[in-house]
Design a protein. Sequence first.
Length: 339
Amino acid sequence: MITNRQWIYRRQPAGQITTDHYERVEQALDTTLADGEVLIEARYFSVDPYMRIGQSSKPTYDAEPHPLNTVQQGGVVAQVLASKASGFAEGDWVQSYTGWQTHARVHASGLKRIDPEVAPVTTALGVLGMPGRTAWFGLTESGKPHAGEVVVVSGAAGAVGSLVVQFAKRHGARVLGIAGGAAKCSWLRDKLGADWAIDYKAFANADALGAEIKRLAGGVDVYFDNVGGMVTDAVIPLINRRARIVICGQISQYSGGLETPELGPRLLHHMLYQRATIQGLLARDYLHRMDEMIRIVGPWVKAGEIIFEETVIDGFEQLPSALNSLFTGDHLGKLLVRA
């Protein structure tokens, strides 16, 4: 028997997430394995905005919200403690979707082996995981950037946005990143190679922000939107003919706006004038093409040609506060909690 620590999702948040919405419990886990099962211990937990979407009381991309009184779902990097499955041995690194718990018995079909010789194991939750898949296919399949075009990325210093900036540059595009704070903007320009970076917090309204975008970049050919709200209100009037708008996230609405979202953007006439397209994107749409993305992006990561910043918070007990910090902008790149 092993003592398994878990965060149980007990109550739907109306605004910010606190420990009041969860209960931390400990219970014994039977370590007796059936054929094909593996016992794992979590080392890193992925913290992602979609977790907050699942806490809406209204239908989102799933038919039902995250069920109450269950372990909070989420991606995990773990190590194998014991195995009765071929292909998995004690000490192996694996990726699973076992959520906010320190241990789990998992069928081998629910695990993916990680080779620590290729890249740091945490990349399975970042650049070589769901965020990388979202950035790569969202940009290339929906955004379809061409050399010389202007790509604007909101939430550009986040796990997905920071990769979109770099992938767009590799397509020969001119890239404008929008983020919160001067330090993040400097990082976008100096480290990621963005042509321009704008601190949206320095502008009082969409008109002022839009004027600065127009001054720097002119029009917008591709808008990769992770944020929504005022930032999107600023961008849409600047779209060029046949522009492509990729809706990856609306994080400005998640912490309190899921139940009663803000009106707008009431700017669809610009879509008509410019014959533009808007397309929503979910990472699950491209799960079956994960190997394709890794074949392309993996060598860049191994060669050190892609920057993947990670913010790592220590302590299993920090998971609820880490999730809430996604909406305060206190991190850079991919947010992880180390067990």
